[in-house]
Design a protein around this ligand. Structure first.
Ligand code: SAH
Length: 346
């Protein structure tokens, strides 16, 4: 890979030091940061109010991350757009743009592939290729904003990859995304989803961020969770709940539980009762996701009416629950499926 330093992964303070060391004024670092993270410039050549000398020097010394569009799919049902982006090393990642009444939301990937191995998930079938750098996470959002011409107000880190398995880069990304000198997205409009890496969840609680943490729970007993998610071999539901309580205590932010409903596996009344017992003391919001079947596995969706019955049971017990709208049902549904179509056949 490129040996040059990745300038779009540098927070403003780092960029200032970097350019100061090269004899540039702090003012120029601010200008350049604005070009990269507010005006979303496609390269140094666009930074017309900087000297040609500085631009050429940057061209020589730094790598400028800019994703390429490999494919776009647009839903005819709800306008959702799925983007397949190309990275400098030839890898591809998926991002999704969703339009809601309250604003535009982007779902980004945090890794190329994933090593968590959740049984129902397409993103993990070929394992982890590599972590994404902060600039590669940011540019998924920047590219989409450039292409659609519309402001992104919400970001969810729920695409391919386990964000907590790429913790350092994730933190730089989150700080830059919500920096007032950059896109300045409100921390409250950012959600990070994890399959439950307990030590990282606790570490995140210490970061003094106001983002939403979503935990992919999917089962209410350790035994059943282990069948769906290998990570459950490492951390028990009890440890997860302790980490959630700690996060809530430290940040005051309520956790969201994600619960993918799999027909005949985790969608009974008894499962709902177990979920109520876990969600209630923590004041969690539950996001129910009807499982998106992938051809490599034989998991099926819950029978007609089961999803609503499950939701109503939670609501009656005082647990706020929503069913994830199946955005873009008509385009390569499940996470990771678009990317998989583009992988070289092994
Ligand atoms: N690694 C993170 C984020 C990526 S997945 C995590 O595990 O949370 C985002 C959510 O989609 C997770 O809750 C994941 O379990 C769920 N998911 C993945 N594949 C799915 C599928 N085929 N059907 C339903 N939900 C799925």
């Amino acid at each position: 890979m490129n040996e040059k330093k990745d300038i779009k992964s540098m927070p403003l303070s780092v960029l200032m030091e970097e350019l100061a060391a090269a004899g540039e004024k702090p003012f120029h670092a601010k200008q350049m940061y604005q070009w990269m993270h507010v005006k979303l410039a496609g390269g140094f050549e666009e930074m017309t109010d900087l000297s040609r000398n500085l631009r050429e020097k940057c061209e020589r010394e730094y790598e400028y991350t800019k994703l390429t569009v490999v494919e776009v799919q647009e839903s005819k049902i709800d306008g959702t757009k799925k983007f397949l982006f190309g990275l400098a090393d030839g890898n591809v990642v998926e991002s999704v743009w969703m339009k809601y009444r309250h604003g535009n939301s982007v779902c980004i990937s945090s890794q190329v592939g994933c090593r968590m191995g959740c049984r129902f998930c397409a993103s993990t079938l070929d394992g982890l290729e590599r972590n994404l750098r902060p600039s590669e996470m940011l540019d998924q959002i920047y590219s989409i904003q450039r292409i659609t011409g519309e402001r992104v107000s919400n970001v969810v880190v729920m695409g391919t990859g386990e964000p907590m398995d790429n913790y350092e880069n994730l933190m730089v990304f989150l700080r830059m995304l919500t920096d007032e000198n950059g896109l300045n997205i409100s921390q409250r409009n950012v959600t990070v989803s994890t399959c439950g890496l307990v030590p990282r969840m606790k570490q995140l609680a210490e970061e003094k961020l106001q983002i939403t943490l979503a935990l992919s729970l999917h089962a209410v007993s350790d035994e059943k969770r282990r069948q769906l998610m290998p990570i459950a071999e490492r951390y028990s539901i009890r440890e997860l709940m302790e980490a959630c309580a700690y996060y809530f205590e430290k940040t005051g932010r309520r956790i969201t539980f994600e619960y993918s409903l799999v027909g005949g596996v985790n969608d009974t009344d008894k499962d709902a009762e177990g979920l109520i017992a876990l969600a209630k003391p923590l004041h969690c919001h539950v996001n129910l996701i009807p499982v998106n079947p992938i051809k490599e596995r034989d998991y099926v969706q819950s029978k007609n009416g089961r999803v609503q019955a499950f939701r109503e049971k939670l609501e009656r017990a005082g647990v706020a629950a929503t069913v994830r709208r199946e955005m873009g049902r008509d385009i390569d549904g499940a996470c990771g499926q678009l990317r998989r179509r583009h992988l070289p056949r092994k």
